[in-house]
Design a protein around this ligand. Structure first.
Ligand code: ADP
Ligand code: MG
Length: 728
């Protein structure tokens, strides 16, 4: 059997996949949208009026649900779930690493040795103790010997996951230690939303007393790669680390850009239809699908929703996409940079705030009053980003995303804000304009006029990490595998904090007798002046920007351990604490978890890299050398002239050179790892992994990729980029 049997078999499997048929439940999406969700319709049918009202109130105003009512809600949920064939329930939560976690329990409750009842109590709904010792808690649990428990989040509806073997009722929950520290993403997210929404509401009420509620909104665009499952399985690096640690870029890369505008291949289309159907049943409002720039890369996006729900839905969507891919012999890759040299994947976070009166606070209006409200929120967001760029940078830092940022059409690691030429003009006007006096009357303010439709498509900047796109900000530096709660916790908190500062400044001026309009414009003018250097309209990919940014004092933080440090500086700790989002203890714990996660990932990548070099790449090289030795030996035996087979001998030598260098590098990398492992301090260890271990990856890969180009196709074991990427 040839060395490359695994690869060639995988290629054959990939080419001969039978067509998968997708049965749609109905021609009309509205017939099945949300059918697996305990939503409004199901609640009305299965809950008492009282219980129904309690849930609505919990969703709309965050009111607590008392025990008696929880009992009723649980009974109604079970009733509904049982009619849908559900046998188990689980608390569903979002630990700090990984996507989501579950622990299943049966409704079934034995009452004698032959009898049982279906049971689901209020307390089972409200609180659970999962066996949480395996979830990261950054020393919190050790320090306090606390056990983790999950607690129901009534603001996100329960849903049914159907995995064809059984159906499970999933209850969205937060995950906290027994002493109340958050061990997950959802708990601080909810707190940050509370901080933002209440601060925004207070500011809104200067403009419109009728506003009773502000809701922060999020629309998440999800990019991903699809590759054939058999080829995926033949790449241990992809299987274990989520990215290719080796591989020479395909000759036909993105240069032709034919993929982006091309039609979606049939096999992919069937997959999309299948997962979309599943997602729609779960109430995930998927709207768009298309090819992305890189070969094998795609994107989908739902309609925006309340942030908490949008994030639950995105986490769930990733699960659904992975699950459905199996049916199609596909593997979906959410890694930010599965393939070197071509585009990575992001998760664009479109963020805004809306009022219960139907106003998008980041949508410019056509009346002066609306205008002023828009500019207030708009400028405050810019000021917040200006004041806390490092924290935003930290919120998107991950081992995976670092490969993407600043490379191949991805935003750089430098945080800046793009607002477009029109709004740049408007801000300039406010900054330079003295307050104008209307004829004869007391001083009044002329707000710059802003057309309602702001940005046309030519005024888009794809290179900006944080761009205003007409009626929302788009945080584009977020990585495709990230839990959006991480950047949203930070964004919500810094904007909440900023709005509170604004409010304080405004009240002070009003107290002094300044008119509202004049006071607002005076404050905004100060903010515009102060935060000018975060605004950047040019090409974020260029090297000139790096230089320019440095001049402006904007940081370009390219390594995870450095980026994460922003979480634990004094300003950040104070910010999180004073806005009631995270205690200093919680921030420190999270910081440690993230630092350790980085170390672990580099450690794993390093091991896989060594293994593949020794057990795949070098053997491939050797088998080709044998072939060459064989042929040159035979040629010599035949009495052929030396210069006819010398080329083979030289190739053997060339390969030996690479193999020797690879062996040496792998050895040195292992030694570097050992030194790093001896370091007890978590942060120091991460730095050692970052600066002493990780640099070997490039060097090893470079040589291995050289070999890929020399060694006969038949001998090469790992599926090549061109085979992985051009799936049809
Ligand atoms: P793009 O040109 O970037 O694809 P789209 O108009 O398709 O822009 O919007 C992308 C995402 O932004 C969608 O998920 C959409 O629902 C979301 N979005 C639109 N308006 C808002 C808003 N007010 N708040 C949050 N997200 C929004
Ligand atoms: Mg977008």
């Amino acid at each position: 059997m040839s060395t490359s049997a695994i690869r060639l078999n995988a290629l054959q499997m990939a080419q001969n996949r039978p067509k998968v048929n997708v049965d749609l439940p109905s021609d009309k999406i509205s017939d099945y949208f949300g059918s697996q969700v305990f939503g409004d319709k199901a609640m009305k049918a299965h809950l008492s009026k009282e219980a129904y009202k309690a849930i609505r109130a919990a969703r709309e105003t965050g009111e607590k649900i008392d025990r008696d009512l929880a009992e009723q809600v649980a009974a109604g949920m079970r009733q509904w779930a049982v009619t849908k064939g559900v046998t188990h329930y689980t608390h569903w939560f979002q630990p700090l690493t990984g996507t989501t976690a579950e622990k299943h329990d049966a409704f079934f409750d034995p009452i004698s040795d032959t009898e049982s009842v279906e049971k689901f109590t209020g307390s089972a709904l409200v609180q659970q103790e999962p066996d949480a010792s395996s979830f990261p808690s950054g020393g919190l649990r050790n320090t306090f010997e606390a056990r983790g428990y999950t607690a129901w989040d009534p603001s996100s509806p329960v849903f049914i996951v159907d995995n064809k073997i059984g159906k499970t009722l999933c209850i969205p929950t937060i995950f906290v230690s027994y002493t109340g520290e958050a061990l997950d993403y959802k708990a601080p997210l909810l707190k940050s939303l509370h901080a933002l929404e209440s601060a925004a509401l207070d500011v809104c009420r200067y403009f419109d007393k009728n506003v009773k509620k502000v809701q922060a909104t999020l629309g998440i665009e999800q990019e991903y790669f699809l590759i054939d499952e058999a080829l995926y399985n033949a790449r241990p690096d992809l299987v274990i680390t989520g990215r290719t640690l080796f591989g020479y870029s395909a000759a036909k890369g993105q240069q032709l850009e034919d993929h982006y505008f091309g039609s979606i291949p049939e096999r992919i289309f069937a997959y999309m239809l299948d997962f979309e159907t599943e997602a729609l049943k779960l109430g995930i409002p998927l709207k768009t699908r298309h090819n992305e720039v890189a070969p094998g890369q795609f994107e989908c996006a739902p309609n925006f929703e309340d942030i908490n729900l949008a994030i639950d839905h995105n986490q769930l969507l990733m699960d659904v996409m992975e699950k459905i891919a199996r049916r199609h012999g596909l593997k979906v890759l959410f890694h930010e940079k599965p393939f070197a040299g071509i585009n990575g994947s992001g998760k664009h976070n479109n963020w805004s705030m809306g009022t219960d009166t139907g106003v998008n606070l980041l949508s410019p209006g056509n009346t002066p009053n609306k205008n002023m409200q828009f500019l207030t929120f708009f400028v405050n967001v810019i000021k917040a980003v200006h004041d806390y760029p490092d924290l935003l940078r930290a919120s998107i830092a991950s081992t995976e995303n670092e490969h993407r940022l600043g490379a191949n059409e991805a935003p750089p690691s430098i945080i800046s804000v793009f607002i477009g030429s029109q709004l740049t003009g408007v801000l300039h006007e406010i900054e330079s304009n003295k307050t104008k006096k209307a004829e004869g009357k007391a001083e009044s303010i002329q707000f710059p006029r802003i057309p309602e439709i702001l940005l046309d498509n030519t005024d888009r900047n794809r290179t900006s990490p944080f761009a205003f796109t007409g009626n929302k900000f788009e945080f584009r530096a977020v990585g495709s595998s990230a839990n959006s709660a991480s950047p949203m916790i930070v964004l919500n908190t810094i904007v909440a904090n900023q709005l509170r500062e604004f409010q304080t400044a405004l009240d002070a001026l009003l107290k002094k007798g300044t008119k509202l309009d004049a006071a607002i414009i005076q404050i905004l003018r100060g903010y515009i002046k102060a935060s000018k250097n975060i605004l950047f309209e040019g090409n974020g990919y260029g090297d000139e920007w790096k230089k320019e940014a440095e001049k402006r004092g904007l940081k370009n933080i390219t390594e995870v351990p450095n980026a994460l440090m922003a979480y634990v500086d004094d300003a950040a700790l104070k910010l999180f604490e004073s806005n009631g989002v995270l205690s200093a203890k919680e921030v420190h714990a999270r910081y440690e978890i993230l630092v350790e996660e980085f170390t672990k990932k580099i450690q794993i990548e390093s091991r896989v890299m060594g293994d593949i070099t020794n057990t795949n790449i070098i053997p491939s090289a050797v088998s080709y050398q044998l072939k060459l030795a064989d042929v040159s030996g035979k040629m010599k035996e035949l009495g052929m002239k030396k210069d006819t087979y010398e080329v083979y001998v030289r190739t053997i030598e060339e390969i030996s050179g690479y193999v020797t260098a690879l062996k040496r590098l792998v050895f040195e990398m292992v030694e570097a790892r050992k030194r790093a492992n001896h370091e007890e301090d978590v942060v120091q260890r991460a730095h050692l992994y970052c600066y002493e271990v990780k640099p070997y990856f490039q060097e090893i890969r470079y040589l291995a990729d050289k070999l890929e180009r020399i060694i006969e196709n038949e001998c090469w074991q790992l599926p090549k980029y061109r085979e992985l990427l051009f799936l049809r």
